[in-house]
Design a protein around this ligand. Structure first.
Ligand SMILES: Cc1ncc(C[n+]2csc(CCOP(=O)(O)OP(=O)(O)O)c2C)c(N)n1
Ligand SMILES: [Mg+2]
Length: 185
């Protein structure tokens, strides 16, 4: 399954959840399949989506879904430990694992040999879910949304980026629109 398909299938099952999306093509693909004021497209540093998601989950009650990448999670692996120990019930961390730095040209990461779901379990996560790459079977995200967080969701996806344009919003616009959504304005 391509990353854009996983994003599409999961996003269409979301309702009121807030979404933080990893830098690069994942955000471009998410914007392409569906844009919303509930989406925060992270632009800047790898590894920060999970930390931003944690802060947001602690700061308010709505459910927060983070779409992270394998490379980004590995760059900020300490975030997993912090998330587990802070234990926000309303946080779901989804790692779209293509075993590479897809947005910058598919250079390999270590996620083909280091099992990220097992890492999360070792850190202490009680609720972990794995979705196998499959072109035929759609991801059923409903059970994940029922689970008590923090939930770690590991989705193996194919390497490669969809041919989608850059997001036509300036970073301050993305931030301010998202802040209004979170504050209920
Ligand atoms: C700290 C930092 N280093 C490098 C980059 C450049 N960069 C942007 S996206 C990316 C690859 C991200 O890989 P991954 O998190 O696995 O997401 P994918 O694109 O594969 O979905 C890189 C290297 C960056 N933005 N920040
Ligand atoms: Mg990747």
């Amino acid at each position: 399954m391509e990353r854009i398909k996983a994003l599409e299938q999961i996003t269409k099952q979301l309702k009121d959840e807030l979404v933080i999306c990893n830098i690069g093509f994942p955000s471009r693909e998410l914007y392409h399949v569906k844009d919303s004021s509930k989406h925060f497209y992270m632009m800047g540093s790898m590894g920060m989506a999970s930390s931003i998601g944690l802060g947001l989950a602690i700061a308010q009650d709505r459910k927060v879904i983070v779409f992270d990448g394998d490379g980004s999670l590995l760059m900020n692996l300490g975030s997993l430990v912090t998330i587990y120990n802070q234990s926000p019930e309303n946080l779901v961390l989804v790692v779209l694992d293509n075993e590479c730095y897809g947005s910058t040209g598919n250079q390999c990461t270590y996620s083909s040999t280091t099992n990220l779901k097992k890492v999360a379990e070792g850190v202490g996560f009680k609720n972990t879910v794995f979705y196998q790459e499959s072109p035929e079977v759609e991801i059923d995200f409903a059970p994940v949304l029922e689970m008590e967080g923090p939930v770690f969701v590991h989705v193996k996806v194919k390497a490669g980026n969809a041919s989608v344009p850059v997001i036509p919003l300036e970073p301050p616009e993305i931030k301010e629109r998202f802040m209004r959504e979170v504050q209920g304005n």
